[in-house]
Design a protein around this ligand. Structure first.
Ligand code: SAM
Ligand code: DTB
Ligand code: SF4
Length: 325
């Protein structure tokens, strides 16, 4: 198939709810690299300022000791090496959020190593959301699976975004996580949408999944109705002690292709170049921006893993003429 025919076959049919098939997205992955990047950049420019990058800062507000067995995660009680810590208090969180704002972040994302929050946990997280929002930052939390009514409580506390990733394709999910099913992740995403929160939902690549599984993950994300406002694409950070510690590294060009296919299939979303940037060269990150990534995690730590120092990002932005969104 020619590049043009591939694109025509891959585009959602007009006058119907856009539905991307795994086959269509797999066909995009198969395109010559230059054709794929050109197409992704064209889509990107129709929907976004091509030189503007949004910056979110992460903070782990409750680290380690999680009941779930996600094979990539350092915070699982089954295998993780992250030290278990109690929920941070409001002063520590506000200090971190203020520091993130001072460095130029516009969104502050708080993560907790829970299967899901208890109602008493939610009271305390609501206080944190209110305090961070009062600084003039967008707020995001990722607390695991939500029970009925919990998303509404977060919305009432002033939350803007809820992060809940599909993480991998349905057909591969059971090989990575056994303590919950991907269907439960979809249920939580429904609750989040139903409460009027914005959705941040993406996944991880480099866990030994096939290219077809990467296409299937992106098809699931793109077919959420509406698609997520934010789509974090994480490259696996192989954490010591986890079952995926020795996963074979992904070809960097395949990571760039994943960003490009995410951009094409979710044109209006922010596509975030997420975990794994510390292990990437400046040149590889530049290719990711060319492929349509327009958001990063900013600050020297993710949840438990490292992230590039703000100064390295500032220097990269200056070299590439990128501006803060
Ligand atoms: N416990 C909640 C949950 O699982 O939804 C929230 C915290 S969890 C650590 C948030 C996300 O971090 C996961 O969905 C996964 O995408 C990402 N993540 C965790 N460990 C990772 C790793 N080693 N490499 C890349 N991404 C990772
Ligand atoms: C997301 O997709 N990636 C972030 C955020 N959402 C919560 C987390 C990345 C975690 C990387 C491994 C760690 O720091 O432990
Ligand atoms: Fe727990 Fe989330 Fe880590 Fe899974 S990814 S073990 S649910 S903290």
């Amino acid at each position: 198939m020619t590049a043009t025919a591939t694109l025509q076959a891959a585009a959602p049919t007009p006058f119907s709810a856009p539905r991307w098939t795994t086959e269509a997205l797999a066909a995009l992955f198969e395109m010559p690299f230059n054709d794929l990047l050109f197409h992704a950049q064209q889509v990107h420019r129709r929907h976004h300022d091509a030189n503007a990058i949004q910056r979110s800062t992460l903070l782990s507000i409750k680290t380690g000791g999680c009941s779930e067995d996600c094979g990539y995660c350092s915070q699982s009680a089954h295998h993780g090496e992250a030290q278990r810590e109690a929920l941070l208090d409001v002063d520590e969180v506000v200090a971190a959020a203020q520091a993130a704002k001072d460095k130029g972040a516009t969104r502050f994302c708080m993560g907790a190593a829970w299967r899901g929050p208890k109602d008493t946990d939610l009271d305390r997280v609501a206080t944190l959301i209110g305090a961070v929002k009062a600084l003039g930052l967008e707020t995001c939390v990722t607390l695991g699976m939500l029970k009925a009514g919990q998303a509404e409580r977060l919305k009432a506390a002033g939350l803007d975004y809820y992060n809940h990733n599909l993480d991998t394709a349905p057909e591969f999910y059971g090989q990575v996580v056994t303590t919950h099913a991907i269907s439960e992740r979809f249920d939580t995403l429904d609750q989040v949408r139903g409460a009027g929160l914005k959705v941040c939902c993406g996944g991880i690549v480099g866990m030994g999944e096939t290219r077809r599984a990467r296409a299937a993950l992106l098809a699931e994300l793109a077919n959420l109705n509406p698609p997520p406002e934010s789509v974090p694409i994480n490259q696996l950070v192989p954490m010591p002690g986890t079952p995926l510690e020795n996963a074979p590294p992904l070809d960097p060009f395949e990571f760039v292709r994943t960003i490009a296919v995410a951009r094409i299939s979710m044109p209006a979303s922010l596509v975030r170049l997420s975990a794994g940037r510390q292990e990437m060269s400046d040149e590889l990150q530049a290719l990711c921006f060319l492929a349509g990534a327009n958001s990063i995690f900013y600050g020297d730590k993710l949840l438990t893993a490292g992230n590039p120092e703000a100064g390295r990002d500032e220097a990269l932005f200056a070299r590439l003429g990128l501006t803060a969104a």
